[in-house]
Design a binder for this molecule. Structure first.
Ligand SMILES: Cc1cc2nc3c(=O)[nH]c(=O)nc-3n(C[C@H](O)[C@H](O)[C@H](O)COP(=O)(O)OP(=O)(O)OC[C@H]3O[C@@H](n4cnc5c(N)ncnc54)[C@H](O)[C@@H]3O)c2cc1C
Ligand SMILES: *[C@@H]1O[C@H](CO)[C@@H](O)[C@H](O)[C@H]1NC(C)=O
Ligand SMILES: *[C@@H]1O[C@H](CO)[C@@H](O)[C@H](O)[C@H]1NC(C)=O
Ligand SMILES: *[C@@H]1O[C@H](CO)[C@@H](O)[C@H](O)[C@H]1NC(C)=O
Length: 507
């Protein structure tokens, strides 16, 4: 009996703490809402953009852009408020009021951050949600477009195709990805301007815009594409000489003509020749800005082991190649690209860069490790071409010259809860560990858009340069220092922060 006493004390202490923190949160919410109301223009009322947990639409607004079900759990920390900005002045009000009380602000455009950093935090926080601000203005005469951050890539591709069938824009494959996070994460060189603050331009283009401000819109250069492009998707298992083909691909992929792009998707499937056995399947997925005849001749010269023939190829328009790449039937109405919701799964991603071809024996060893683990997939994305011609300091994105290809580790699952998450994240880390001998070192480089908090985090509220340097060097290499200097100059109080933002210099 006596032993139950301390438990009661602990319990009541805990509930008292909970009560205090709930009261603190609601006081914070109240003064913050009042500040937003005080700082909004009568011509653009802000009240209809405010969602607190009492609002019946709060949960659906929060869930509408969650793109990783790991962060749709009951135990996922939730914002005390969501502001779905309807006008630029709402963004300004959010910054003014949050800065006044040093409240953690999370900025969300498409919500595709792999670690949920745009809508989850360990401290009390609110979400500035940009999804309503998604106008797209395509100007074919100047071959440019203004795109607001809340637009998706699919919306952008579709709006370009409405105006021209000989223009496109080279960015992510998945059409539901948001422009705000994606262009701010870099790797794409056609961004030429952003609306808000010009001096930040270098930093925002790939430096992780959320460290520097809220981007309202990007101006982009459109890219000319031929009326007819060619795509193919050809899958080969180990029994079909996949290793020979990967080996040929890895020696030529970064040197192929600039208008040919071949991505490899590598997964584990049942063997068709031996029941109860698994094999590795490599899917060669390609976009060529030209016709199938020329494509076949380039392929047979460079990767003869694939044995590509014209019957493997589909000639189509650029906009339909987008459908093909994202696994949508190529003859679907192109306005499926306006659908903002992908099919949702629980997921974990990681990234790596490869600088030298992997020895054949290495490839075979990797396949065996993949067969053991079964679930994690690898995607190889070639670099080189025009990317290698851009100086590593031209934008914060440093991973151009010297890289043959980028690896994305892809693990998806369908059960909720921490146990399943730990299991599948564990498999992903294991494969990442196996890849160590074959990928970049000192630092082991990583791609910001494939957000991975395994690389280190800066704890919210007590941001440190030392913590920030750990992941910062991996994402930005030598450009990290320049980003820190810009950050220290433009945001010395480190208001624009998240778990992997650019830190300020220590005093
Ligand atoms: C299902 C899925 C498919 C994907 N497919 C691809 C792909 O094909 N190719 C590829 O390269 N990547 C892909 N990604 C990764 C994607 O490019 C990045 O996650 C990208 O950052 C997402 O942008 P977002 O606006 O959707 O994300 P968000 O989660 O809204 O934002 C990501 C980061 O940017 C910040 N941010 C967002 N908007 C702004 C803004 N307006 N101003 C300042 N900071 C901002 C956020 O705070 C956060 O830190 C995919 C991700 C998912 C979940
Ligand atoms: C997200 O979680 C909510 C609340 O548990 C649930 O109702 C909703 O179906 C979930 N969303 C998805 C896509 O599973
Ligand atoms: C695999 O390669 C060998 C040797 O080059 C060849 O004889 C065989 O036909 C190939 N198999 C397949 C399925 O392409
Ligand atoms: C693969 O084989 C297993 C049995 O070994 C079977 O249960 C499973 O359904 C098969 N998967 C597919 C996609 O055929």
């Amino acid at each position: 009996m006596a032993t139950s006493r301390p438990n009661v004390v602990v319990f009541s202490l805990l509930s008292a703490l909970l009560l205090v923190s709930t009261m603190a949160a609601s006081a914070m919410e109240e003064t913050f809402v009042q500040c937003l109301l005080d700082n909004s223009h009568p011509s653009h009322p802000i009240s209809e953009a405010i969602f607190t947990p009492q609002n019946p639409s709060y949960s659906s607004v929060l869930q509408s852009s969650i793109r990783n079900l790991r962060f749709n759990e009951t135990f996922t920390p939730k914002p005390f408020l969501i502001l779905t900005a309807l006008h630029q002045s709402h963004v300004q009000a959010a910054i003014v009021c949050a800065k006044r009380d040093n409240i953690q602000m999370k900025i969300r455009s498409g919500g595709h951050d792999y670690e949920g950093l745009s809508y989850v935090a360990a401290v009390p926080f609110f979400v500035l949600d940009m999804f309503n601000l998604r106008a797209i203005d395509v100007d074919i005469s100047t071959e440019t477009a203004w795109v607001q951050s809340g637009a998706t890539l699919g919306e952008l591709y579709y709006r370009i195709s409405e105006k021209s069938n000989v223009h496109g824009f080279p960015a992510g494959v998945c059409p539901t990805v948001g422009v705000g996070g994606h262009l701010g994460g870099g790797g794409y060189d056609s961004t030429i301007e952003n609306r808000w603050v010009k001096i930040f331009f270098w930093a925002i283009r790939g430096g992780g815009a959320a460290s520097f401000g809220v981007v309202l819109a990007y101006k982009i250069n459109l890219v000319r594409v031929p009326e007819t492009v060619t795509v193919f998707s050809v899958a080969k298992t180990l029994e079909e000489n996949a290793t020979d083909i990967v080996d040929q691909w890895q020696h030529v992929a970064s040197k192929l003509p600039n208008d040919l792009f071949i991505r490899l998707v590598i997964d584990v499937v049942n063997s068709s020749t031996q029941a109860d056995r698994k094999t590795v399947r490599v899917t060669f997925l390609s976009l060529f800005l030209g016709d199938s005849k020329r494509l076949v001749s380039i392929m047979n010269e460079n990767i003869p082991a694939l044995g590509l023939s014209e019957s493997d190829c589909i000639e189509t328009s650029w906009i339909r190649s987008v459908l093909f790449w994202t696994n949508i039937a190529i003859n679907s109405p192109t306005d499926v690209l306006l659908n903002r919701t992908p099919s949702l799964v629980y997921l974990k991603r990681k990234s790596d860069y490869v600088k030298e071809p992997i020895p054949r024996a290495g490839l075979e060893w990797i396949w065996q490790r993949m067969i053991e683990l079964q679930v994690p997939q690898l995607i190889f994305n070639p670099y080189g071409g025009e990317m290698a011609e851009i100086a590593p300091t031209a934008t914060p994105f440093p991973h151009r010259e010297g890289n043959l290809w980028k690896i994305q580790y892809v693990t998806n699952w369908n059960q909720g809860g921490l146990e399943a998450a730990n299991y599948y994240i564990g498999l992903t880390r294991k494969l990442y560990g196996y890849m160590t001998p074959f990928v970049s070192k000192n630092p082991r480089e990583a791609f910001l858009n494939y957000r991975d908090t395994d690389l280190g985090v800066n704890h919210n509220g007590r941001q440190s340069y030392v913590e920030g340097r750990v992941y910062g060097i991996k994402y930005f290499k030598a450009n990290f220092n320049r980003l820190v200097h810009i950050k220290t100059k433009v945001d010395p109080s480190n208001f624009f922060r998240n778990e992997q933002s650019i830190p300020t210099l220590p005093y």
